[in-house]
Design a protein around this ligand. Structure first.
Ligand SMILES: [Zn+2]
Length: 144
């Protein structure tokens, strides 16, 4: 399911001409950003299942599964790939500071007011849930 969604998002990003901006200045078109990660990925020493080596599209779909299911080990093993996926999905692990990889990617473009409203509502709900549970959301990826 997640895998198929990732394929869909990938296609939409390509159609929509999405770009990521690595650190200060300059933008990288989405297809180039993921292609670069695919090219330099060491599949022999990879956290990703072997199927990821098939092609760029499968690489992204498989990496997306790992990103959502096992973000911490992925960041540990493949920080560059992790940074690209975090920018793509606008998701970042909350409680661990970035290790200064110098490859922080940010999404280009602004969210619509509708998106922002939804995000605020979701954050509010999550906060209420956390307060009720009496704990912190330390171990969860931020649901932005
Ligand atoms: Zn696939």
């Amino acid at each position: 399911m997640l895998h198929e969604l990732a394929h869909y998002f990938d296609l939409e990003a390509r159609k929509g001409g999405m770009s990521l901006s690595p650190g200060a200045g300059g933008t990288v078109p989405w297809p180039e950003a993921i292609a670069a990660e695919y090219e330099r990925h060491d599949f022999a020493a990879s956290l990703l299942p072997a199927y990821a080596a098939q092609n760029e599209a499968e690489f992204f779909a498989v990496a997306s599964e790992v990103f959502f299911e096992n973000p911490r080990p992925l960041r540990q093993a493949h920080p560059g790939l992790y940074a690209v996926l975090a920018a793509f999905y606008r998701q970042e692990l909350q409680d661990v500071p970035d290790q200064g990889q110098g490859r922080v990617y940010r999404l280009q473009g602004k969210r619509s007011w509708r998106e922002r409203k939804k995000i605020r509502a979701e954050r509010g709900k999550a906060k209420i849930k956390r307060n009720r549970a009496g704990g912190t959301a330390g171990d969860r990826p931020e649901t932005e």
